[in-house]
Design a protein. Structure first.
Ligand SMILES: [Zn+2]
Length: 338
């Protein structure tokens, strides 16, 4: 699902971007094929990328997925322990109203999860819908998927009866691998008062949590050190790429939504991640304010198997070809501390 590819070619003007929006309904089979076959894309991208001029003060809304049970519980950690550390760091940065996207599955049977949710809301944070059981829409019939979205609502209503929880984050960012599924689910969401919590920045932060648990269990300090370093390198790389992609897709940067997960490891790394964002001049805003940007109201209509950010959706609809960029170290993450 990750956008491990970079676009090539000249930078578009705003006028070109607008012209492309008018062409959304056109099939993007060629673009999809190009994405799946990076070997078909010519030339190195680095020289192109150096021409990007990034904003001095980009804007970002932080969001956390898979609340309240993201990733594993390592050693004698608890969900309450994780959420307490997360809240402390957000408060230290004067951040309130951050959205956590909830999967209700298992909450009813686990007092630790229940208390974690209560603490999150009591700290002034928000919750949104991430489906009940985290299905992948590519593998699920629209009717069953919609049922799973609705099944999450009793938990949201119980924990935040007066809250603005009608925000939906698609698991795996999969909005439908066929037009029929995409339109059915989107139609249900909009018809039931939901806004779609789109994403512009995503660095697969949750992929570091399982190896972290294994390295902790083995007391492998060198392994943990590598995880910390590679997490930050990956974050910096993907955040930069996410911003550059916007210039290609929209002609300019837009206010961002950063996808994170409420895992033990991301909670550990959050102070360093905040430092990185501050060093790049980021200002922070609530998602409700960020998504007032008209780009977030775009509907590219195109199904994307495997899902993607709003930027990926627009680029996909533009029939553009892409190049590989520095990828996530998935193989080492998979074998570390085994
Ligand atoms: Zn998720």
């Amino acid at each position: 699902m990750s956008p491990n590819l970079r676009i090539i070619g000249g930078l578009p003007t705003r006028a070109i971007a607008i012209a492309v929006f008018a062409a959304f309904a056109v099939s993007s089979v060629a673009a999809t094929l190009a994405r799946q076959n990076p070997a078909a894309s010519p030339g190195p991208a680095k020289s192109v990328l150096r021409h990007f001029h990034l904003e001095r003060h980009p804007v970002v809304a932080l969001t956390f997925d898979d609340v309240p049970a993201a990733g594993g519980l390592h050693l004698d950690e608890t969900r309450v322990g994780i959420v307490t550390r997360l809240i402390d760091e957000l408060k230290a940065n004067h951040l309130r109203g951050i959205y956590g996207f909830v999967n209700g599955d298992g909450v009813g049977e686990d007092p630790d999860l229940q208390q974690a949710l209560h603490l999150w809301l009591a700290a002034g944070m928000n919750i949104g819908n991430h489906t009940f059981s985290h299905p992948a829409l590519d593998d699920t019939a629209a009717e069953n998927y919609i049922h799973d979205i609705a099944a999450d609502e009793p938990t949201l209503r119980e924990y935040d009866p007066a809250g603005d929880w009608h925000w939906f984050r698609y698991p795996y960012l999969e909005e439908g691998n066929t037009s029929q599924k995409r339109e059915a689910v989107r139609g249900w969401l909009l018809g039931n008062g939901y806004r779609i919590a789109q994403v512009t920045l995503n660095f697969q932060d949750d992929d570091w949590d399982d190896p972290y648990g294994r390295c902790l269990a083995k007391h492998d300090q060198a392994g943990i050190q590598w995880l910390e370093q590679s997490y930050m390198e990956n974050a910096a790389e993907f955040i930069r790429m996410g911003r550059e992609e916007q210039i290609v897709a929209f002609g300019h940067e837009i206010p961002n939504v950063l996808l994170l997960h409420e895992t033990d490891f991301t909670t550990l790394m959050l102070p360093r991640l905040m430092k990185l964002l501050h060093s790049q001049g980021f200002h922070f805003a609530p998602i409700s304010k960020v998504e007032r940007d008209p780009i977030y109201a775009l509907d590219p209509y195109e199904p994307i198997p495997g899902g993607g950010s709003i930027t990926n959706q627009v680029l996909n609809a533009r029939h553009r070809s892409y190049l590989l960029f520095k990828p996530e170290p998935v193989e080492k993450l998979d074998r570390l501390c085994k």
